[in-house]
Design a protein around this ligand. Sequence first.
Ligand code: NAD
Length: 391
Amino acid sequence: MKNRFNNNPPLLYGMVGGGLTSQIGDSHRVALNRDNYYKLVAGAFDIDWERGRQYGKSLGLQSDRVYENYIEMARKESSREDKLNVVGIMTPNNTHYTIAKKFIEEGFNVILEKPITTNSNDAHNLIKLAKKRNVLCSSMYGYSGYPMVRQAKAMVLAGQLGEIRVIQTEFAHGNCATAAEEHSDGAAWRNDPKTSGDSFVLADVGTHALHLATFITGQQVLEVSADRQSFVKGRVLEDNAHVLLRFEKGASGFLWASGVAVGHRHGLAIRVFGSEGSIEWCQEKPNQLKFSILGQTTRILELDSPELHPPAKRLLRVGAGHPEGYFEAFSNIYSDFAEVLLAKLNGEAPDPLCLDLPTLEDGAKGVEFLEACVKSSKKNGKWVKTTLIDQ
Ligand code: NAD
């Protein structure tokens, strides 16, 4: 990654949500600061105005750019000469659509957390609106920023695995094996259909596992057969789900999303099996990619392996062996977004290697997947097509 702007970041950035108590706000702040593309200058950080105001102050922001809510922020920022170039939205799921719609309508470029909306109609409306307003938007599937995930994608694309047959993907952790919602705001809104949408773990972590599978293999999911369970007493939404997947080019797959996988710390992993080889990647050991070729000894690729393809090689930030990880992956997405946006603003073609950004369309696929899973599980696992919007 280049750091070509030194202390003069070219893009002004504002944040909605991500306040002092939030889980993901810090990851975005670290990501936007790392490569000097962005300067955080504005925000409506918190549902609690006083806490948000104090937080903006603690970040050193000008007081007139710390806003009570996103509506005030959109109105005042759009009339400034030095208005924001990018708005990041990281609030609970049910608010994504209205907040993103407002900023896109006002012509802002947007980085939106997943799941991008709670229904596919809203997701497709955002796509249409973004096209109409000619703004750049990305959905924050941060795990696709890992070098070894980009390597896996490049290997599939180069045919190193042969024809893809089986895709197994999982995001199964044990953090909600007890009633976490009783003592955590983040777990509480995730378990409430009014704020989370119609699913808990499938929306919260399953969409990451889905995106990883489709990103690496280049295949979308056509149909699902889903079985959802709520193991912890009192939960309305699922805290565990097993989903069978049928992919568009014929691969067969399986997705496991869980919050009750006791002993699993983070729990994101993927295995892809082709006619000539396979790969396996796990987020807890992100700089290794297990690679097997039929009839040969299994190898572990590392960040300095000569076999690395350019999309992975370019993301190495320090010498191999240093533990690079989660924050760097987030930063890679932010920096690619900046490169694509700057090219657009300058009327230039973007570096093709920056175009692996997760898009709003990827976000919409996640939402369609959730709808299909809910529908399927209500019908006792009946196969349901994911492209509900076209039916
Ligand atoms: P959280 O509950 O920890 O934090 C939410 C933040 O948003 C809080 O600061 C809250 O005060 C603020 N907020 C709520 N409503 C608001 C509003 N209307 N205007 C302004 N601020 C508001 O939640 P979280 O865990 O940070 O998750 C936020 C979003 O990020 C969710 O959609 C979640 O799915 C997503 N997320 C993504 C990842 C990832 O890896 N990409 C990881 C965690 C969370």
